[in-house]
Design a protein around this ligand. Structure first.
Ligand code: HEC
Length: 155
């Protein structure tokens, strides 16, 4: 048992300390994003019309896409205190060489965000998924964890 725990700890270090809590759900989420074809079909987040410099560690430049549920919540203009179920936000991250190198996404499911971040853009195997503290700690400043734009009430 002990040796397995040790090997597990070493593997975690070797793989870069990711926190892939729900690997299968993350692959399904990745496949859903490809089917959604969000780069063609989703709107841009308010204040993020194109490829903009990131304020975070995600990448040098980012593009942020929002689905219809988020668009409708913003358009309604009603004060809201939480983004509705089905809200989906995707962020593509580009480094200086203009290559897409990371995709991060969050989807509201049953009242809680499901988070995922992928560096392997072929298989959809995530580095982070579920509710990793890395994501939630940094995003806790936002309106219901969304940092790049605000609730209608706060605009
Ligand atoms: C160091 C702080 C930090 C960490 C850690 C972080 N984010 Fe972000 N995230 C931001 C900021 C700031 C933005 C606003 C856009 C930008 O500047 O890149 C953002 C934007 C996003 C967006 C677009 C929606 C929004 O909230 O603005 C998604 C999706 C996202 N992050 C997912 C993730 C995921 C998934 C993780 C964990 C793997 C994560 N983030 C970890 C700071 C962080």
């Amino acid at each position: 048992m002990k040796i397995h725990a040790l090997i597990g700890a070493l593997l975690l270090v070797a793989t870069g300390c990711g926190d892939n809590q729900e690997p299968e759900a993350a692959v399904a989420f990745w496949n859903q994003l490809q089917t959604d074809d969000y780069r063609s079909n989703f709107a841009r987040a308010p204040g993020w019309p194109g490829r903009e410099p990131s304020k975070a560690i995600h990448a040098d430049f980012v593009e942020i896409y929002i689905n219809d549920v988020v668009v409708d919540a913003l358009d309604a203009g009603e004060p809201i205190t939480a983004w509705p179920d089905g809200s989906l936000i995707v962020k593509d991250g580009y480094d200086g060489d203009e290559e897409l190198n990371v995709v991060a996404a969050m989807e509201k499911r049953d009242g809680a965000w499901f988070w995922a971040e992928w560096f392997d853009l072929e298989s959809g195997e995530a580095k982070y998924s579920g509710s990793p503290r890395l994501c939630t700690d940094c995003h806790s400043d936002g309106d219901d964890f969304v940092t790049s734009f605000s609730f209608p009430a706060a605009q």
